[in-house]
Design a protein around this ligand. Structure first.
Ligand code: PLP
Length: 430
């Protein structure tokens, strides 16, 4: 009799003590079926599961691992920080250094506050926007994810904009009654929202290159209109760059689009794989935060000394000349290779990428909004996902997630990935 796979055994154990066996839902492979891989270790572009199978990793911890796993300079910085102490609950010089590094790289911010997760950063930016404007209504877009704070965990029904249609049980309608959810890239709907309730809108929060409905760009015209309407009506424009910050380029999606938001939310890459996130903006708005102002925000582990060491070491590497040009070229090579392989096998396929972030759809054309993303064929995606996984290529286990290339991915890794995908496309094209 064959031995059970170690991943199966671990999954069974995990499910007995952790809901669904995972500490974040998408890790459970529910969308694609099968057993999640329990990762034992990772190095460079690779991860090894509990059965010692190796995968080329295109998830990169859902974005943070832009240098690949175990980059020597980062490991050294973390090891040295650990020796000095894990957490003090008091200010450290390293927090200043990280804040200075972030502000130098992202000129739209004059001040920044460090927190421990993207959820916390987005939630705090929202409170700040409401506190600074004295208004209640927030605008978000269907398909954009801003973490799991109650007020932001709302999706729209199709058709007209809807108020307060909670995605999760446990979010009372009253809590989301001021959250207005609009269609991504729909200028007319945005204009209508401002025309009818512009004086009540505290902020528009957007993933300007959305990575939580796979990969969908805000059009230049749409992003520009967000900026103009916020300015006209005294609302704040908040770019959630938890995923895109230091990922699509050194100045994030705001640099790509050439648009300056009022507030920026960061996470993932700035922690280099440690729990660290941030939000920042102009001094007059940021000084509304406690202890200076009336908007309360706090955290026992905020600005953690080990996390800040990891983040700083990561930022030093990515700020080196040519880093993004090389990363973007490698990512483009990957998506072009995938596209060409799909075309050869007659599989409908569209791709896009920016910096080290990419997305692909089993559709002829790139979708512009969440509704079109959802027209993707889930069953075919699952075949692709498992076909790649069986061949040692690890992409996100759901079709509405973006992918990530790191500086550790080599041309050989890209070629091996394209070859694996080509084999699966042959199956899909039949
Ligand atoms: N905002 C965006 C754009 C994200 O992609 C995520 C997480 O994927 C979050 C916020 C939430 O960040 P975290 O998972 O660190 O709470």
């Amino acid at each position: 009799m064959s031995q059970p796979d170690t991943n199966d055994t671990l999954f069974e154990r995990a499910r007995a003590v952790i809901p669904g066996g995972v500490n974040s839902p998408v890790r459970a492979f529910r969308a694609v079926g099968g057993t999640p891989r329990f990762i034992r270790r990772a190095q460079g572009a690779y991860m090894w599961d509990a059965a010692e199978r190796r995968y080329i990793d295109y998830i990169g911890s859902w974005g943070p691992m832009i240098l690949g796993h175990g980059h020597p300079a980062v490991v050294e910085a973390v090891q040295s920080a650990v020796g000095e102490g894990f957490s003090f609950g008091a200010p450290t010089e390293r927090e200043i250094e990280l804040a200075e590094a972030i502000l130098t790289l992202m000129p739209s911010m004059e001040m920044v506050r460090l927190v421990s997760s993207g959820t916390e950063a987005a939630m705090s930016a929202l409170r700040l926007a409401r506190g600074a404007t004295g208004r209640k209504v927030i605008v978000k877009f269907e398909g954009c994810y801003h973490g799991h704070a109650d007020a932001l965990l709302v999706k729209a029904g199709s058709g007209l904009a809807t108020f307060g249609n909670p995605t999760s049980a446990g979010v009372p309608p009253e809590v989301v009654q001021h959250t207005l959810v609009l269609r991504y890239n729909d200028i007319a709907q945005l204009e209508e929202a401002f025309a009818t309730q512009g004086q009540d809108i505290a902020c528009v929060m957007i993933e300007a290159i959305a990575g939580n409905m796979n990969f969908v760009r805000a059009s230049q015209a749409f992003a520009q209109r967000c900026r103009e309407l916020c300015t006209q009506h005294g609302a704040l424009l908040v770019f959630d760059e938890v995923m895109t910050g230091f990922r699509v380029g050194l100045t994030g999606a705001q640099g790509v689009l050439g648009i300056t938001p009022d507030l920026t939310v960061l996470g993932k890459v700035i922690g280099g794989g440690m729990p660290l996130a941030a939000f920042g903006g102009p001094r007059d708005i940021m000084e509304q935060l406690a202890p200076l102002g009336p908007v309360y925000q706090a955290g026992t582990l905020s600005g953690n000394p080990v996390a800040t060491a990891c983040g700083l070491a990561t930022l030093r590497e990515i700020a080196k000349p040519g880093f993004y040009a090389t990363l973007a070229a490698r990512t483009r090579k990957l998506v072009a290779g995938l596209k060409s392989a799909a075309d050869q096998e007659g599989v409908p396929f569209s791709v896009d990428s920016e910096g080290g972030m990419f997305g692909f759809f089993l559709l002829d054309q790139l979708p512009q909004d969440y509704g079109s993303v959802m027209k993707s064929d889930g069953a075919r995606f699952n075949t692709l996902f498992h076909g790649l996984l069986d061949r040692g290529v690890y992409i996100a286990p759901a079709l509405y997630e973006a992918g990530f290339v790191s500086a550790a991915h080599s041309d050989e890794d890209v070629a091996a990935t394209v070859e694996a995908a080509h084999e699966v496309f042959k199956e899909l094209g039949r």
